[in-house]
Design a protein around this ligand. Structure first.
Ligand SMILES: Cc1cc2nc3c(=O)[nH]c(=O)nc-3n(C[C@H](O)[C@H](O)[C@H](O)COP(=O)(O)OP(=O)(O)OC[C@H]3O[C@@H](n4cnc5c(N)ncnc54)[C@H](O)[C@@H]3O)c2cc1C
Length: 450
């Protein structure tokens, strides 16, 4: 697009207002051989909303923005039912009137739709505490070309394999999620965000593991590696630690080239949970450095991506990618993926800077989020990106990580699906698609290709 080559625009944009129009629209598209690309907030970073027509005669973008109404709030059960095109900020505003929150804050929060989050198994910045989107979904409705599947809100069910979980993450390839029933909770009255320094990425990762395995993980826990820490301190993102004084203090304490972590506690017993968390962090070598780094992060939590276009204009490539792995493999994968990206950039003649942070904790492992920056190869920008992306994806697949922890599959990760779930797994997903979308109109080329 920036090169002035906007090929692949959809033939039309269609905005249905609910399940009834969706059903009629999907039937018409199947009859007329039109591919349908569901479009929520359009924030996919993996080509999820690329208007590919596959084997169809044309392609429409199905914009869900007119399906944005709240439908029912069940305060006793702490669930809210909404049309799936509703944007995350609109839901939070709606829930705030009743003192409730969903607590789903991906970095793209300002734009995302809840249907898009559900379709991509999204994780919010506070998902260590609030859970990922799939843990927040109690029920849903999907309009597919073969008809509607309605799964009511239930606390749990043993009725066979979880159809809910099969439709969550389907990335528009099976149908359009039209409604969602979401688990909500009281909005936090207290929020404590702060910084903790560790001597190294290894020491910090060890501390995060201790925290989560002792049930003391902060709701937000982010550990930057050495190069990301240097960058954020240079950009003064570390608030009160910026400048010479902060660096002198850290050096004097033996943390001169260390790593910063942001810990955030929200809601019930935030103070008590923080005390316990800090105690474990200290025992693992952590140095608390006060609230200003945490508060600075909280204030700028959605801002960094806006830099990307400015950097591209200045001839700087910047890209992010992510994975997750078991604790026993976190440090190894951090090293091998970082080296693979750096190697690809170097081989392409534009040595770059690779940074990483841990952003989501689980008892068994954690996510790794990489950012890389390099001078763009003029006229070869896409080739340069592809080389780095391919090297990273290969290192992830061969190194025991998932090809995506939260960005989803889209077009970019589809070739790596069989490495993740096996040929049999891909065939099973295709069989489900054949049943719900026999004409193959739903989001061709995404998730399982086709
Ligand atoms: C700056 C930036 C930061 C980001 N940070 C995060 C983050 O912190 N965590 C995270 O998880 N992701 C993040 N993402 C990725 C992206 O925001 C998520 O994948 C998000 O869930 C997409 O929501 P959306 O409404 O924009 O979906 P879209 O981009 O519109 O669509 C995503 C996919 O879902 C399908 N889809 C959309 N709506 C529906 C529906 N109603 N029914 C069926 N299929 C549908 C689309 O066809 C597409 O395949 C980020 C992206 C950007 C640009």
């Amino acid at each position: 697009m920036r090169a002035g080559e906007p090929d692949g625009a959809p033939d039309a944009v269609v905005l249905p207002d609910g399940a009834e129009q969706l059903t009629a629209l999907l039937a018409l598209c199947a009859q007329s051989s039109l591919a349908v690309v569901p479009f929520g907030g359009g924030t996919s970073v993996v080509g999820g909303v690329a208007p590919l027509r596959g084997a169809q005669a044309g392609v429409i973008a199905l914009d869900t923005s007119r399906m944005g109404d709240p439908l029912e709030l069940d305060v006793d059960s702490r669930t809210v039912t909404v049309q799936a095109g509703m944007r995350a900020p609109a839901l939070e505003r709606h829930l705030a009137k009743s003192g409730l929150t969903l607590g789903h804050y991906p970095q793209s929060f300002e734009y995302v739709s809840l249907g898009g989050c559900a379709a991509t198994r999204s994780a919010g910045q506070a998902s260590t505490g609030y859970g990922r989107i799939e843990q927040m979904i109690a029920g849903l409705k999907l309009s597919s070309p073969s008809g509607e599947i309605a799964l009511p809100a239930l606390p749990a069910s043993a009725a066979g394999p979880s159809l809910r979980q099969l439709l969550i993450g389907s990335e528009g390839t099976l149908g359009v999620i039209s409604e969602l029933s979401l688990r909500v909770r009281p909005a936090p009255r207290e929020r404590i965000y702060e910084g903790v320094f560790f001597e190294s990425f290894s020491a910090g990762a060890g501390a995060l593991r201790e925290l989560v395995q002792h049930g003391a993980a902060p709701d937000v826990a982010r550990l930057s590696d050495e190069s990301e820490t240097r960058m954020s301190m240079a950009l003064a993102g570390s608030g009160g630690l910026k400048g010479k004084l902060g660096r002198v203090y850290l050096r004097a304490r033996g943390y001169g080239s260390g790593c910063i972590a942001i810990f955030g506690y929200e809601g019930e017993q935030a103070g008590a949970r923080r005390e316990r968390g800090l105690q474990i962090a200290r025992e693992s070598g952590g140095l608390p450095v006060g609230r200003s780094p945490g508060e600075a992060w909280l204030k700028g939590r959605f801002a960094a991506p806006y830099l990307r276009d400015e950097l591209l204009t200045l001839g700087v490539m910047v890209e992010t990618l992510e994975t997750a792995t078991q604790w026993s493999n976190v440090e190894r994968l951090h090293t091998t993926v970082g080296q693979a990206i750096a190697g690809a950039l170097r081989d392409g003649g534009t040595p770059g800077l690779v940074m990483c942070h841990v952003s989501h904790l689980y008892e068994t492992g954690a996510s790794l989020y990489f950012t890389f920056i390099a001078r763009q190869r003029e006229g070869e920008e896409l080739a340069q990106w592809r080389e780095a992306k391919e090297a990273a994806s290969r290192a992830i697949a061969e190194g025991g990580g998932t090809i995506t922890h939260h960005h989803a599959v889209g077009v970019d990760h589809a070739p790596w699906m069989s490495a993740e779930v096996g040929e049999g797994g891909v065939r099973a997903l295709r069989a489900l698609k054949d049943e719900l979308d026999p004409a193959g109109i739903m989001n061709p080329g995404k998730l399982v290709g086709g």
